[in-house]
Design a protein around this ligand. Structure first.
Ligand SMILES: [Zn+2]
Length: 345
């Protein structure tokens, strides 16, 4: 069966070829796309020593949200071209491991669907049950693969793409004392959002102080940014979130910090500027006109680069016990509407 044509995948493979000898690339699974199969790549660069922190960038988990994959590929492209001349980047890579999985769900991108080739929504596919009421269907459903947000059959193993993502995170990120990840999506709301767990409960994560400290240095370094930084649970709760699942796994080691973030690009703004996009399936999730697409790609590069620098330099901003209590108090007040006694963290 010949491989179906997928320009985004060819683009990524060309980039990998161009960077031969400077990055490692491996096929972590093959996604079923009709009768054919499409490779899912993981690309690594930087210091493999587990003693250094790591960052992972993920995109294309939802096939329709092509712009997420494009943002990650664009950042990877920028790094690879800079390897030739940017000495500071080489210094950064001595103290940082970087992992890219830009096209987690190539079959979904090829078919123009949110789900993978087997009709499963990968971001509802992890073995995590919501602890509170989730929105009907959107929160994840097991009724049928013919409706969106299908979790897969009860008790079944995770889909190949979900399992591959988890394997990459467990192999490259979780063995470290500190790691960050960013998963790029689009399609929700008017504003660009940065989400952190949980999605399966409205309760805060144990590393709320660390997330808040990260937000604080981002606010200070990029004072005019327009992201809304908040827990996903403020928007909606879901079953089966892969990042909740991986965060919970990471938390089994008490001194390990793994902060998985999601960039949710607010596509409704693009639709508002060009309402005709409402009538196209891709239009609801992608910027459309070339100039708007370029603006979107440009806008997020600073945030992705900030994340990499923050990961590399985590020792300089991660809060100590006294600062943790302070961050906890502000975070609980701002994000969870709570008044707490300092020191409760
Ligand atoms: Zn998505």
């Amino acid at each position: 069966m010949p491989r179906p044509e997928l320009p985004l995948l060819s683009d990524l493979e060309q980039l990998i070829r161009r960077a031969a000898g400077q990055v490692d690339a491996r096929v972590v699974c093959e996604a079923q796309a009709g009768l054919a199969r499409l490779p899912v790549y993981a690309i690594t660069l930087g210091n493999p020593d587990p003693a250094v922190p790591a960052i992972g960038f993920f995109g294309g988990v939802h096939g329709l949200e092509r712009i997420g994959a494009e943002v990650v590929i664009e950042y990877l492209r920028s790094l690879i071209t800079r390897l030739r001349w940017d000495g500071l980047l080489h210094r950064q890579l001595e103290s940082l491991r970087m992992v890219f999985m830009p096209l987690v769900n190539p079959a979904g991108v090829w078919r123009g669907t949110r789900a993978n080739g087997r009709g499963v929504d990968l971001m509802r596919n992890a073995p995590v049950e919501a602890l509170e009421q989730v929105p009907f269907l959107l929160g994840g459903q097991r009724l049928t693969r013919w409706l969106p947000w299908y979790r897969g059959p009860r008790g079944a193993a995770m889909e190949a793409e979900s399992a591959a993502l988890c394997e990459v995170v467990e192999r490259e990120l979780l063995p470290r004392r500190f790691s960050l990840s960013l998963d790029c999506h689009s399609g929700f709301g008017l504003r660009d959002r940065i989400w952190f767990p949980f999605a399966h409960t409205a309760e805060p994560i144990r590393h709320l102080p660390e997330v808040h400290a990260l937000k604080e240095i981002f606010d200070q370094a990029h004072a005019h940014h327009s992201y809304v930084f908040e827990p996903q649970s403020l928007s909606y709760l879901t079953h089966g979130d892969l990042w909740d699942y991986l965060y919970l796994r990471a938390s089994s080691a008490p001194d390990r910090v793994f902060l998985p973030l999601t960039l949710e690009m607010g596509s409704w703004l693009w639709v508002k500027k060009n309402p005709r996009q409402l009538f196209s399936r891709h239009g609801m999730f992608n910027p459309g006109k070339a100039h708007r697409q370029q603006r979107v790609l440009r806008r997020h590069m600073a945030w992705l680069d900030f994340m990499a620098r923050a990961a590399a330099s985590c020792a300089l901003w991660l809060p100590d016990p006294a600062a943790r209590a302070h961050h906890y108090e502000i975070a609980m007040r701002d994000w969870y509407g709570a008044h707490t006694a300092a020191g409760a963290a």
